[in-house]
Design a protein around this ligand. Structure first.
Ligand code: ATP
Length: 268
């Protein structure tokens, strides 16, 4: 695959020499493996000794207080940042070698909303770097974009200008962009932060369907809501405080948020 031919990055030296063997991919091997990971911005330690393993087919919800390091952990798993200590493997490889196989839905769209571009073109951006660079609007890319839009039930939006979409429609389109490549994993950062609850339910119903073929790691601020959908919740506040398979309990919340948040029953 194209991505495997990239030259080594200067960031990868520590990681390449890691203790984790270059795992042969087996159906049971962890899709995401984070081991003893620490990360600082300058003097500010944001992640400390984080360990996390995500198995194929899981839907893991990552929750935690503001500034707890959730987005930073995602960026490390995506290969956008390099670990200063510890290791990360995605599909058995250092993250930068498998970027094509990770679909990412960022917290905020990474393009201006008034950019004069159609939905179909935005989704086709998810194909950039795939295959020979013969122009970014090849028929194969257009077809993949349309298939992805169909999968998120948004094909009717294909010709709309991106700036005319509602928050929920935009999230579907960003999801389609993440799917348009060769995604085997979906990583989402607060995908429903700015949309109303009915639409939020629709997006999560869609994620539940996508989870039949994709492993999902999703950051959320709303433990109660996501606990109806995810197979597991991981709580991050600089270090991972909890990553069990049981329901999150009041003690976990107390530990995580210092008692400022209650776990409440969530009604749809
Ligand atoms: N590029 C950066 N340079 C310096 N500090 C940063 C940078 N990005 C994030 N930080 C800091 O790192 C800490 C963790 O930020 P991060 O965005 O990972 O947390 P988060 O859990 O995603 O927060 P939120 O829930 O508010 O989005 C914060 O204190 C933040 O200010």
């Amino acid at each position: 695959m194209f991505a495997h031919t990239l030259p080594p990055s200067p960031f990868d030296h520590g990681d390449e020499a890691s203790a984790i063997p270059p795992a042969a991919e087996s159906p049971e091997a962890p899709v995401i493996l984070v081991r003893d990971l620490s990360f600082s911005y300058g003097d500010s330690l944001v992640l400390e000794q984080v360990n996390l393993s995500v198995a194929p087919g899981e839907f893991v919800g990552l929750v935690g207080p503001n500034a707890g390091g959730k987005s930073t952990l995602l960026k490390l798993i995506l290969g956008l940042l390099a670990p200063q200590a510890g290791q990360i493997r995605v599909l058995g490889q250092p993250p930068r070698l498998v970027t094509r196989r990770i679909g990412y839905v960022p917290q905020f769209p990474s393009f201006p909303r008034d950019f004069p571009i159609s939905v179909e073109q935005v989704v086709a951006m998810g194909r950039l770097g795939i295959g020979p660079m013969l122009g970014w609007q090849r028929a194969a890319d257009r077809n993949a974009a349309r298939r992805a839009l169909e999968e998120v039930e948004a094909l009717d939006l294909a010709r709309r200008r991106i700036g005319t979409l509602s928050g929920g429609q935009l999230q579907r389109v960003l999801l389609a962009r993440a799917l348009a490549g060769e995604a085997e994993i979906l990583i989402l950062d607060e995908p429903t932060a700015n949309i109303d609850q009915r639409v939020e339910n629709d997006i999560f119903d869609l994620l539940a369907v996508l989870n039949r073929r994709l492993t999902i790691l999703l950051v959320s601020h709303d433990i109660a809501f996501i606990s109806d959908y995810v197979s597991r919740v991981a709580c991050l506040n600089r270090t991972l405080l909890y990553h069990g398979t049981d329901a999150v309990n009041a003690e976990t919340i107390q530990q995580l948020y210092g008692g400022h948040v209650r776990l409440v029953a969530h009604r749809h």
